[in-house]
Design a binder for this molecule. Structure first.
Ligand SMILES: Nc1ncnc2c1ncn2[C@@H]1O[C@H](COP(=O)(O)OP(=O)(O)OP(=O)(O)O)[C@@H](O)[C@H]1O
Ligand SMILES: [Mg+2]
Length: 393
């Protein structure tokens, strides 16, 4: 088990390093990282050696076991023959019978080897199955139950990450977002904005009440949430697959190329895709690293236009885009909001992104400290104005 864990740690370290290869090159920290990997390799080597020594010892025991019985059979039968109790022919027969027996004995050894290996793997499996189930995937509530409208309501929501239960990340959040409204969330880095939207999309479990369209989160299955809510995270998730399949990602129905093209056009990425070799069949590298940061964000946004969710949550989803792209996409989101009655919750550091919001919620240290339209908040002293003036970030 220890050996398996060390190997998994080593794999994890390699993946982490490959993910940060550009930073490592830029900071010329290859030697430091090399030394770190070397120390881990040495640990792994020691454990491998211990394991192989134990295995060699065990193999040796098996061999001695077989040899011991060979010698015993031959010795005993020769002794009996010398005493005239059995004939020389019987000695030969006894030895031949014994060699016939060693075949199944070896087989027994092999079965024991496999059994011990299986015990280790079974232990690993049981450790995994003992991990708590993801609460958001447990099918509570009535399957098929969906939000009755596009409203979002939070009543006295308090939240702390399970690993730090004493540190409240969200305190007493009370919020009622009517259907079809465009709500902005602003606040300093680390104040709990992303945590709040994770609570709204049932990705983290909070105290208090969260209702989507009048239905408590506990009554909505993961399937119902995925059908009605779209969350575009701070870092877009792209897979090593075609552009077409990346845009369709998460869709539970067949999607035509025409629909994907239309979604890409709305996300202002269609022209970029046409330029790629193979267009929509262009293969993305793992994590979409053969595209620019802004292109990755626009592919993630194209999914939204394909899905037309009832509740759309954007977490810095346009942060890597130029102003023109951002404005075009915002106009398309506004259009979708008018056509489908989508409720939009948008987090943005670039406050100009929130100018057209129906209301902006300003957060600080896990609490809502100000609310109002952009114009209202800009005109009163407070955190929002400080952030707009660049006094606070
Ligand atoms: N998975 C996690 N486990 C434990 N603590 C976390 C986790 N994610 C975030 N935090 C902590 O929760 C607090 C709020 O984080 P959150 O990501 O919600 O901030 P944010 O307002 O979205 O910040 P930013 O604007 O920089 O994205 C931070 O202090 C952070 O350290
Ligand atoms: Mg965040």
């Amino acid at each position: 088990m220890e050996l398996m864990d060390t190997k998994a740690d080593m794999d994890g370290a390699m993946v982490e390093l490959l993910g940060g290869i550009e930073t490592i090159r830029a900071l010329d920290s290859a030697q430091t990282e090399g030394a770190r990997i070397e120390a881990r390799s040495e640990q792994l080597r020691k454990k491998e050696m211990r394991h192989h020594r134990a295995m060699a010892f065990y193999d040796c025991l098996k061999f001695v076991n077989e040899a011991f019985f060979s010698v015993l059979v031959i010795g005993l039968s020769v002794l009996l023959a010398s005493q005239g109790a059995i004939t020389v022919g019987t000695v030969l027969t006894a030895y031949l019978c014994f060699t016939q027996l060693t075949g199944p004995l070896r087989e027994l050894h092999r079965i024991l080897d496999e059994f011990s290996e299986c015990v280790v793997l079974a232990n690993d499996y049981f450790q995994l199955s003992d991990l708590p189930l993801d609460f958001s995937c447990q099918d509570e509530g009535i399957p098929g139950q969906a939000p009755q409208d596009n409203s979002v309501t939070l009543k006295d929501v308090r939240f702390a990450y399970p690993e730090k239960p004493d540190q409240l990340i969200l305190s007493d959040i009370v919020l009622a977002i009517p259907p079809g409204k465009f709500i902005g969330i602003a606040g300093p880095s680390g104040c709990g904005k992303s945590s709040l939207i994770k609570v709204i999309d049932k990705l983290e479990e909070a105290q208090g009440e969260v209702l989507l369209g009048g239905i408590p989160l506990s009554g909505l299955t993961r399937a119902a949430l995925s059908q009605n809510v779209a969350l575009v995270p701070q870092t877009p998730f792209l897979t090593a697959d075609t552009v077409y399949r990346n845009i369709c990602y998460g869709m539970k129905r067949e999607v035509s190329l025409e629909e994907v093209r239309e979604a890409a056009r709305k996300a202002n990425i269609a022209a970029d895709i046409e330029q790629l070799e193979g267009g929509y069949q262009f293969l993305l590298a793992e994590g979409g690293t053969n595209l620019s940061g802004g292109q990755r964000q626009r592919i993630a946004l194209a999914r939204v236009f394909l899905k037309k969710p009832r509740i759309l949550i954007l977490d810095e989803a346009t942060s890597a885009l130029d102003n023109t792209s951002e404005k075009r996409i915002q106009a398309e989101i506004e259009k979708m909001k008018e056509e489908c009655g989508t409720t939009v919750i948008s987090i943005a550091h670039r406050l100009s992104t929130l100018q057209n919001c129906d209301e902006i919620i300003v957060m600080d240290k896990g609490r809502i400290v100000q609310r109002g339209t952009y114009r209202e908040l800009e005109g009163v002293p407070g955190l929002f104005r400080d952030m707009a003036l660049g006094i606070r970030k």
